[in-house]
Design a protein around this ligand. Structure first.
Ligand code: BMA
Length: 261
């Protein structure tokens, strides 16, 4: 499907996890994709890769300028770069709190700030923010991350109403997805042992009604849909991609098949 022929996309955090899957999907559907991340190198599929820190305003400005100069346009921005760390709020070092908010929220703000004028100039654009199920509810000991992901929905809605009808802005809210970030979180809980990590991830999977955690490609497909004209009347939305997690209350109920009555 060459849906994105002549379209140009920028993906932040494009060298691993969900970002990498998004890069691959957009390339597969015909877009030229520029990846920006802290890593030296990126996916072989990208048209360009810039090593930047999305919290650095000068670096963001320059990456957007270089992209616009070379390709003449930016149709799609995917704010995917994100970090998390687990600790109770009062034990979270202030610099860690600030860094999480800086990457997850301010990075998305800066990318939008410099990309929006380019989108306005070409008359359209689609911005997709990778939020989380933690945009709606919290896991324990993740206050900075949870706060940042809640904030991303505010950013999404504000951009949506400020720039409609030219620019659409939506969020995707993934549940647990098999990425380096989630593997790291599992290791924080159970240590380095591979079997223990696998068991932890399977346990998380069982908490999702679908019985498993998600694959990065399953998020990337939704991002591609929101980037495309197939979602032309969707703006300010958050599409949940969580295998049913947010639909479930963790309360036990009588089993009708096993009733005592
Ligand atoms: C994500 C991350 C993951 C976690 C998932 C479900 O945003 O925090 O580490 O597994 O939410 O809680």
């Amino acid at each position: 499907m060459e849906e994105f022929t002549d379209k140009v996309a920028i993906v932040t955090g494009g060298s691993s996890g969900i970002g990498l899957a998004v890069v691959d999907a957009l390339v597969r559907y015909g877009a030229k994709v520029v990846s920006v991340s802290l890593d030296e190198k990126s996916d072989v599929n990208v048209s360009d890769h810039f090593k930047i820190d999305v919290t650095n305003e000068e670096e963001v400005k320059e990456a957007v300028e270089k992209t616009t100069k070379k390709y003449g346009r930016i149709d799609i921005l995917v704010n995917n770069a994100g970090i998390e760390q687990y600790s109770p709020l009062h034990l979270t070092p202030t610099e860690i709190w600030r860094r999480i908010i800086d990457v997850n929220v301010n990075g998305s703000y800066l990318m939008a700030k410099y990309t929006i004028p380019v989108m306005l100039a070409i008359g359209h654009g689609s911005i997709i923010n990778i939020a989380s199920v933690q945009s709606y509810a919290a896991t324990k000991n993740a206050a900075a991350y949870v706060t940042s992901k809640h904030a991303l929905l505010g950013l999404t809605r504000s951009v949506a109403i400020d720039y409609a009808p030219k620019i659409r802005c939506n969020a995707v809210c993934p549940g647990t997805i098999m990425t380096p970030m989630v593997i790291k979180a599992a290791k924080m809980e159970v240590g380095e042992d591979e079997n223990a990590v696998e068991r932890k991830i399977e346990e998380w999977g069982r908490q999702h009604p679908m019985g498993r955690i998600g694959r990065p490609e399953e998020v990337a497909e939704v991002v591609a849909f929101l980037a495309s004209d197939r979602s032309s009347f969707i703006t300010g939305a958050c599409l949940t991609v969580d295998g049913g997690l947010l639909s479930k209350l963790p309360i036990s109920t009588p089993n009708a098949d096993n009733s005592h009555h």
